[in-house]
Ligand binder design. Structure first.
Ligand code: FAD
Ligand code: HEM
Length: 400
């Protein structure tokens, strides 16, 4: 625990951080990548260009400044960041590098307001937080290493099957190149992939959710081709260049967006490629438990709709599949190809008899997730039964 003087000074800087936080974290990342360009390999640099990672870091630092004397209030946030860090194999030696660049960024942005007392207090506060993160990350590494098929760091996996799921989504089936066991995971978790893309200046790190149930034969990821301008670097490379027999370097399955252990019915709400972690949950629930499950899949139309056959084939008396297209093709027939058109609404959930006491999991583009929160609020779903994952750094999910 930081000293009372440090706590008082750090708390007094919270209002300044609320205003200047993002400016500080942008300067921090600029300095970090200038001084240690090798670290670009482990960051998703698109999140830097979009500003989503500087925003997530600014938010975390602000919350830390507010709650430095009540760290228990940061519990979930710390668990979520350390889980992300452990997926990336972040090591203790990296903490002083980050700490120095962060303090230098605070000095650069706050100028004279960053008095020696403020800098000393933040240095102590950073070190304290770093110790919490490092010890939590080490525990995660030890646990994951001891699980079946576990390992630390990165490992080479062979792509032994590549399969098109829709016009935009393709699955890659992976198994360890050295013939060792496939790592266990909890449905909903993802892996980190680090890859060289010819013609670019550094390696690229991306997360991909595991889209099949936990099994001993393979890990499966399913990747959507990002076709906007500029085209997605890694997803397009995987689609166009990675073929069966190629080797990919991946990290151990990670993530805290996972199925809970209760017996309550489950409702899965998927938007576009956000279906991947939910596919894993769906297949696992049907395989391993007696829970009821409703799988609501929102897609553009039949062309982009992935996993239709796989979902249908796995249906049982305790599961239901509902399809919502927001731009059905003229050839898509309601009642046959899909059930509802437009966006997801509370009325759709009422129509299909969703129990608002169920546990809800959702994932998809940010506007889809904002709409999902709104719909679940309209149904008075308890906050503790709502779970979601961003396919990027965490954001505040505002109702649309
Ligand atoms: C936990 C987690 C799980 C994930 N699971 C999956 C999954 O199962 N399947 C899947 O397909 N993806 C998943 N993702 C997303 C995935 O990690 C990648 O972000 C995605 O594949 C895009 O990567 P890319 O390199 O192809 O695109 P990038 O090159 O990173 O570009 C991404 C998007 O940003 C836009 N863009 C690029 N530069 C700029 C700029 N300067 N300003 C504004 N916009 C810009 C591009 O046009 C593109 O639309 C997941 C992400 C997370 C965090
Ligand atoms: C106490 C110090 C640190 C804090 C408060 C912190 C905070 C965060 C936060 C809030 C996220 C976003 C999590 C999410 O929502 O996905 C994150 C991600 C990340 N952190 Fe840290 N972090 C710290 C230290 C470090 C260190 C030492 C490294 C090593 C270089 C590091 C590397 C990363 C990377 C690579 C990501 C993923 C970002 C991306 O790819 O966009 N962090 N961290």
């Amino acid at each position: 625990m930081a000293s009372p003087k440090t706590i008082a000074i750090v708390k007094s800087t919270a209002p300044v951080l609320e205003v200047h936080g993002e400016e500080i974290t942008k300067v921090f990342y600029r300095r970090l990548f200038e001084n240690n360009p090798e670290l670009k390999d482990m960051f998703n640099m698109t999140n830097q260009k979009k500003g989503t990672q500087p925003k997530a870091l600014a938010n975390a630092i602000f919350k830390y400044a507010c709650h430095i004397d009540k760290l228990e209030l940061l519990g979930d946030a710390v668990a979520s960041i350390t889980e992300k860090h452990s997926s990336l194999s972040i090591t203790p030696e990296m903490y002083p590098i980050v700490g120095k660049n962060l303090l230098d960024a605070i000095k650069e942005v706050l100028g004279d307001a960053a008095t020696p007392d403020v800098i000393d207090a933040w240095a102590e506060a950073y070190d304290d937080l770093a110790v919490i993160f490092m010890s939590s990350e080490e525990k995660i590494y030890e646990k994951k290493e001891s699980n079946a098929g576990g390992f630390r760091g990165k490992k080479n996996f062979v792509v032994f099957k590549k399969e098109e799921e829709s016009s935009v989504i393709t699955s890659f089936y992976l198994k360890p190149k050295d013939g060792s066991s496939v790592p266990e995971f909890i449905p909903g978790q993802y892996i980190v992939l680090t890859i060289d893309v010819p013609g670019t200046t550094h390696k690229h790190t991306r997360n991909y959710s595991l889209s099949d149930s936990n099994n001993k034969d393979y890990l499966r990821i399913s990747v959507k081709k990002e076709t906007y301008n500029p085209e997605g670097i890694v997803s397009n490379y995987l689609h166009s260049n990675i073929i069966e027999g190629d080797v990919l370097s991946i990290g151990i399955p990670s993530g805290d967006f996972v199925l809970n252990n209760s017996e309550k019915p489950v409702v899965l709400l998927a938007g576009g490629v956000g279906i991947t972690p939910l596919m894993s949950m769906y297949k696992s629930i049907l395989k391993d438990s007696k829970r009821e499950v409703v799988f609501i899949q929102c897609a553009l139309n039949s062309e982009t709709h992935a996993f239709k056959k796989e979902i249908q084939e796995n249906l049982t008396s305790k599961s239901k599949s509902v399809i919502v297209y927001n731009e059905p093709l003229v050839t898509d027939i309601q009642g046959d190809d899909y059930d509802f058109s437009g966006y997801l609404t509370a009325n759709i959930l009422k129509d299909i008899g969703v129990d608002s006491e169920s546990v809800f999991y959702f994932c998809g583009p940010t506007p889809f997730m904002a709409n999902a929160i709104k719909v679940l609020n309209e149904l008075d779903v308890e906050e503790s039964n709502i779970n979601y994952e961003f396919f990027g750094p965490s954001e505040e999910l505002m109702c649309v």
